[in-house]
Design a protein around this ligand. Structure first.
Ligand SMILES: C[S@@+](CC[C@H](N)C(=O)[O-])C[C@H]1O[C@@H](n2cnc3c(N)ncnc32)[C@H](O)[C@@H]1O
Length: 397
């Protein structure tokens, strides 16, 4: 395979990928700026791609399946899927330069019989598939910014039982940096919370699940990842009007939150939040949000188990997956210990010590991959506060 002096070949997973030479697209501080490159390749998204491979090995591995990488950039994600999981697929990008790279990379990896490059607008391609009867088992949506403009067409294209991977990099609106945008794009009031990253993922999931339900598709998030500037969710999709109703009814609801004390909880009915916070103030009510689990324990542990077969998976991905598997056991937003201890006016014990103490007391507790200061626990607010206070007293006496 020939390539130009302005290009280089990198390796990621089992894939060899021709990309523009990084040295031309570095900021003065040496950091690579993928948005400046003629085709988008971001080394920081290796975690997202590693998890895509591991997820698909668990849910589709060993089957003859068909996938669409609808916003493929260099094609690296789809090429890794083909090499590390299997299946056949379409790698699509509207940008002719991305199409050029994707074609070259398919050839470089000797995948011409299994992968085909397309140069279409993603919604047009996915909507056309519905008419032509081509039914993907997995669709990947990895855009710049919000995934919302791509969700309906991706959903419509899916088979009866299929999977959907979605990235959102609009973490500002999702975590309430721009409340007006949050309301317009994600149909929820919001305020700044101590667990803003989990809020972002629960808001994204509920919004996509609501759109799916309108198309009589039931969506269940199986893996949720929040890393640096992006949220990535892998869903299971089932075509069923009854299931779609049940999912929305059971798994979307509202969050009540006390801004002074950071007490919180989920509720089905916002009118039911008539109670007061422990300092006497009124909780705010936000939503709709996803209130069921956002990580499936079985899928997370199977993904962890399958890492042994893939020695090239990065150490970052291994570490994140280990935490994902632990935190999947608790369906409650994490508490930021630094915030809670500052409210309680006590010294902050280490997250590891708090988790150990909670576990000794019989609670399920875990770190969260979303925030190093976060702790997840099956204990309620009052119990957590007591644990923190007793640890702080032990520390000072
Ligand atoms: C974030 S990059 C994709 C990165 C790639 N999935 C990866 O893992 O490296 C987003 C890509 O979407 C393409 N794109 C943007 N709008 C599009 C559209 N409406 N239809 C198809 N491709 C589009 C861009 O050209 C860009 O290559």
């Amino acid at each position: 395979m020939t390539y130009y002096r302005s290009e280089q070949v990198i390796e990621e997973g089992l894939a060899k990928v021709i990309v523009p030479r990084f040295e031309y697209y570095r900021r003065p501080d040496g950091r690579l700026e993928p948005a400046w490159m003629p085709v988008f390749y971001n080394p920081q998204a290796v975690l997202s791609r590693d998890l895509t491979v591991l997820f698909l090995r668990v849910v589709l591995g060993g089957r003859d399946y068909f996938f669409i990488d609808s916003l493929s950039g260099t094609g690296v994600r789809g090429i890794r899927i083909a090499l590390e999981v299997g299946g056949r697929g379409i790698l699509n990008d509207v940008d002719p330069r991305a199409y050029y790279y994707t074609n070259k990379n398919i050839k470089l990896n000797k995948l011409a019989g299994r992968l085909e490059a397309f140069n279409s607008e993603a919604n047009s391609l996915l909507n056309n598939l519905v008419v032509t009867g081509v039914v993907p088992d997995y669709v990947d949506v990895d855009p710049y910014g919000s995934p919302i403009p791509h969700i309906d067409s991706a959903l419509k294209s899916l088979g009866r039982e299929a999977y959907l991977g979605v990235t959102a990099t609009d973490t500002g609106p999702l975590s309430c940096t721009y409340p007006r945008k949050t309301l317009a794009r994600y149909w929820s009031k919001c305020i700044k919370l101590d667990f803003e990253k989990e809020f972002a993922s629960r808001l994204l999931i509920s919004n996509i699940a609501l759109r799916a339900a309108a198309l009589e598709i039931s969506l269940k998030p199986l893996i949720t990842l929040v890393y640096k500037y992006y949220v990535r969710v892998f869903f299971q999709a089932r075509r069923s009007a009854v299931e779609a109703y049940k999912t929305i009814n059971n798994c979307t609801g509202y969050l009540w939150y006390c801004t002074n004390t950071i007490e919180r909880g989920f509720t089905k009915n916002p009118e039911e939040v008539g109670f007061k916070c422990s300092d006497g103030s009124k909780p705010v009510v936000l939503g709709r949000l996803w209130t069921c689990n956002i990580i499936d324990p079985e899928v997370a542990s199977k993904m962890q188990a399958s890492i042994g077969e893939l020695p090239w998976i990065s150490s970052l991905s291994r570490g994140v997956l280990e935490i994902l598997a632990q935190e999947s056991m608790i369906n409650a937003p994490y508490y930021r210990l630094d915030k809670l201890c500052s409210i309680l006016k006590i010294n902050m014990p280490s997250t590891i010590r708090v988790i150990k103490r909670l576990r000794e007391m019989g609670w399920i507790s875990s770190r969260t991959h979303m925030d190093p200061r976060g702790v997840k626990a099956s204990a309620d607010y009052g119990e957590l506060v007591e644990v923190l206070k007793s640890m702080s007293q032990q520390h000072t006496t």
